[in-house]
Design a protein around this ligand. Structure first.
Ligand code: HEC
Length: 106
């Protein structure tokens, strides 16, 4: 019984910490970039949906810029349908991790 309470307490603090301060972890992003690589990993790649579209390079852009862009897609403030779909399934932690990862790329 004691064990269960200890676990609950731990889970509680972990959750609080995450809500208060989301810190991006580039290492953790390596499990999350599989979907992005298909479009953003290829220099000069063009997506064909909803029309032929130059996919922007995101590697090396500032962390804050990438984070804001993904949140804007998620909230619908940016309107590209593909990126809205992608960003819609990301958590704040995912976004922070991805921004950390891509901002460190050259
Ligand atoms: C199916 C192709 C596709 C996939 C998959 C995809 N993207 Fe994108 N992404 C695009 C296109 C096209 C744009 C440009 C859209 C626009 O102009 O609004 C874009 C824009 C962006 C931007 C804004 C760049 C800028 O310069 O404003 C960011 C940041 C971004 N994507 C991150 C990601 C991340 C992170 C993932 C993976 C979780 C991802 N994308 C997956 C096609 C894709």
């Amino acid at each position: 019984m004691k064990k269960i309470f200890a676990l609950l307490a731990l889970a509680g603090t972990a959750h609080l910490a995450a809500a208060a301060d989301v810190v991006g972890n580039a290492e953790a992003a390596k499990n999350k970039i599989a979907t992005c690589i298909g479009c953003h990993g290829i220099p000069g790649y063009k997506s064909t949906f909803p029309e032929v579209y130059q996919v922007p390079m995101i590697g090396g852009q500032s962390r804050k810029y990438i984070e804001n862009a993904l949140k804007e897609y998620r909230q619908g403030e940016r309107n590209h349908p593909t990126m809205r779909g992608v960003a819609g399934s990301l958590t704040d932690q995912d976004i922070a991790d991805l921004a950390a990862y891509y901002s460190q790329q050259k």
